[in-house]
Design a protein. Structure first.
Length: 134
């Protein structure tokens, strides 16, 4: 399970890097010499914006499928400012078998993952509240 999560995260990072590289590439010389390069720039910008939106939505979908997503959502609903969020998420079957350095790395990775999931959960909860208000 942990390996699958790492693979999903790596795939997402690779897609974001590719999109970022596309945004940093200059317009080709052919487009710069045409009479209306602004229209090409606008089309390219629209393409890049839609690509980034796609990747954000795909990452959100992956986060929602994560087994920790529902645990974090439940924790945030019950106690939004919980001081032991990372401690509650630790898988002790894995954690107890690690060395001290590996435990530190595990906690760092888990806290980064928690932060991403927490941001997604907060967005989802705001959307749910706004739908309920209607």
């Amino acid at each position: 399970m942990n390996q699958a999560l790492k693979q999903l995260a790596q795939n997402a990072k690779n897609r974001l890097r590719a999109a970022s590289r596309q945004m940093q590439q200059p317009l080709s010389a052919e487009l710069q010499n045409e009479e209306h390069p602004a229209s090409h720039f606008k089309n390219r910008t629209m393409y890049l914006v839609s690509s980034m939106q796609y990747y954000r939505e795909k990452e959100s979908t992956l986060l929602r499928k994560d087994p920790l997503y529902h645990k974090v959502k439940r924790m945030l609903k019950e106690m939004p400012d919980t001081p032991t969020a990372i401690g509650d998420m630790i898988d002790h079957k894995i954690y107890d078998a690690l060395s001290s350095l590996q435990k530190q790395n595990y906690i760092i990775r888990l806290s980064k993952h928690y932060k991403r999931i927490k941001e997604q959960v907060e967005q989802d909860l705001l959307q749910e509240q706004s739908l309920l208000a209607l």
